[in-house]
Design a protein around this ligand. Structure first.
Ligand SMILES: Nc1ncnc2c1ncn2[C@@H]1O[C@H](COP(=O)(O)OP(=O)(O)O)[C@@H](O)[C@H]1O
Ligand SMILES: [Mg+2]
Length: 359
């Protein structure tokens, strides 16, 4: 299979739905994006737009009653051969793997690791942090117990935990929030993954610790060429961290591009509204109101027809946006937007009541 650019992951038309008693929640509904080797991709959007479920789909850890129903997640796995001089690439469709099978379990934690907002979702309160990291290492690496413990100490040192030799035998309740976050990152990195998925990793931290954790992630990218998929609702974090950006709204990608394209020339009215919602320094003092996006994210069981954003959009075109789901429109410089302002209106339905979905 061809891998045109140096993509580590290609997500193609991914759909992950929840089959609940009250109906189907289309949490992820036709999402496509790529993650380049050694780059940071930020996924941004308001709460409930499908960021976490997209990430969980990559690792096949979507909770029941949800499942990946369509699409591909191509993982271009590189393995060094011989003395590391040559690299062989194997392509695995993660979406096609059995969520409980051995193949995906070998990839989880080894090739692709994930960290969460709340470290205690990955750490146990009843084991020392050393035992937990060592166990993760032994699961995926051919090392002895002693070697694994040495590696665990080294990982704690790398994520900036002072005196790791003493700290390794402590329990999570003995650590501050920032230190727990670092421990979780140490565990995630312990098997040298080619990608780290970080789902709102700093949301619960104070600003100083947040800055340190973000710096740590930038270092991982620079020093080890790690790819990072960073999920956040904080555009300040995106501006600081991202190479590429995916803007999500109601389970779809509204717009994607490089960080410069998104910040300096946002095309989608939703991206423009998100950028206007960033608080500006000194605004409160001058008594001005903060901008927030008008209206609410619609109920996931009752998604509007046409463009999912039309109910809140300043550029709403009646008869078009409420009837046509905008196709992905390729703009110059490799960027993409799903909005009828930029094309796609030729698919106007002849039956006025119909909503057409353009692929
Ligand atoms: N277990 C579940 N059952 C039903 N719906 C769910 C479940 N988990 C998530 N969802 C729905 O999937 C959508 C996307 O959720 P999520 O990916 O967590 O959003 P985000 O991370 O962007 O805040 C939401 O509408 C949410 O209600
Ligand atoms: Mg989330």
């Amino acid at each position: 299979m061809t891998n045109p650019k140096d993509f580590l992951i290609e997500v193609k038309d991914l759909k992950t739905h929840f089959f609940t008693d009250d109906g189907i929640v289309r949490a992820v509904d036709g999402v496509s994006f790529n993650i380049e080797r050694g780059k940071i991709l930020c996924v941004v959007g308001e709460s409930g737009c499908g960021k976490s479920i997209t990430a969980r789909s990559i690792l096949q850890i979507v909770d029941y009653p949800g499942r990946v129903v369509e699409g591909q997640i191509l993982f271009h796995k590189q393995s060094s051969q011989g003395n590391g001089a040559s690299q062989a690439t194997e392509t695995i469709d993660l979406a096609a793997l059995n969520p409980r099978g051995t193949e995906i379990r070998a990839i989880r934690g080894k090739d692709i690791a994930m960290i969460f907002q709340e470290p205690m979702t990955s750490l146990s309160p009843i084991h020392t942090i050393g035992d937990q990291i060592t166990e993760a290492i032994l699961l995926h690496m051919p090392l002895t117990k002693e070697e694994a413990r040495e590696r665990a100490i080294e990982m704690l040192r790398q994520v900036g935990i002072p005196k790791p030799v003493d700290r390794i035998d402590t329990y999570t309740f003995q650590l501050s929030g920032g230190m727990r976050q670092r421990t979780m990152i140490a565990m995630a990195l312990s098997c040298n993954p080619s990608m780290l998925i970080a789902d709102e990793p700093t949301t619960a931290l104070d600003v100083t610790t947040q800055a340190q954790i973000l710096d740590l992630m930038l270092g991982l990218k620079q020093e080890y060429g790690m790819s990072i998929m960073l999920i956040t609702h904080d555009l300040g974090v995106v501006a600081e961290m991202a190479d590429d950006v995916v803007v999500m709204y109601l389970g779809t990608v509204a717009e994607k591009g490089t960080v410069d394209q998104i910040f300096h020339d946002p095309k989608h009215p939703y991206t423009q509204a998100l950028l206007r919602s960033i608080p500006k320094l000194g605004l409160r003092a001058s008594g001005q109101r903060l901008n927030s996006i008008r209206g609410m994210v619609p109920d996931p069981y009752n998604r509007p027809g046409g463009c999912p954003y039309h109910t809140r959009c300043d550029a709403f075109m009646p008869g078009l946006c409420d009837r046509i789901m905008p196709p992905p429109i390729q703009l110059e410089d490799n960027r993409e937007v799903r909005c009828l302002l930029y094309g796609g209106t030729d698919a106007i339905p002849t039956d006025a009541s119909a909503t057409v979905k353009v692929k």
